[in-house]
Design a protein around this ligand. Sequence first.
Ligand code: 2DT
Length: 243
Amino acid sequence: RASSSESRGALIVLEGLDRSGKTSQSSRLLSYLEGLGHSTELWRFPDRSTSVGQMISAYLSNKSHLDDRTIHLLFSANRWEKRVTVEVSLYKNFDYQKFQDSNELFSRSDGFTQISLMETQLKNGITLIIDRYSYSGVAFSSAKGLDIEWCKAPEVGLLAPDIVLYLDIPPEKAAERGGYGGERYEQLEFQRKVAKCYQAQCDSSWKVIDACQPIEDIEKQLQDAVLDHVTDVCQPIEDIDKQ
Ligand code: 2DT
């Protein structure tokens, strides 16, 4: 992929156990960045709006039952369909004209046009905040006992985040917070395993934030953590690679 020295949007990922506060903190971060004048969008995975997302949603609410590897690959496919999409016109802020000549658009033999959506959004200067990403995929599936390298394989080639913000909460504390919603994975014993599998992926590039602090303190720390990453982002967009 041609690298560009032009400033682009940042890819910011929030991760953490269920009830760690990711979703409300993602919204606060969105307001903060918009307030600073950055074009920003909030995405989440699973994206339950697509047909793959609906299969995932049925699985999570125990309406369907799938083999561990099958659901793992569906979660990954759900990220891939936002990485490369053929539904160009559905996305807000998407300037089709501007990208018509760019190498991010591909004409396919079936006559449809395909686009590297995430990449184009970033190059269009839009910062993406993503509530859960590949690390959830690997943590939740390897917590079931699947080999971690097998779990990582379908993530290779998705875009690598500029920063991973991990909201760190002991599983017991998370369970005390207003109860789980009753979806498939919302059980203390399983969340304990997931926490270990997150730890196995955490490296020095992650920003770990204590999610037991008051909401406003967490909010401030997230703001400080992203500030460097959203101004004049010039490093090339990288893919997740084999590690
Ligand atoms: P939400 O409650 O945040 O909608 O998450 N999950 C998520 C996986 O097992 N694999 C994945 O790749 C992703 C993104 C985490 C729904 C549940 O789905 C799990 C919780």
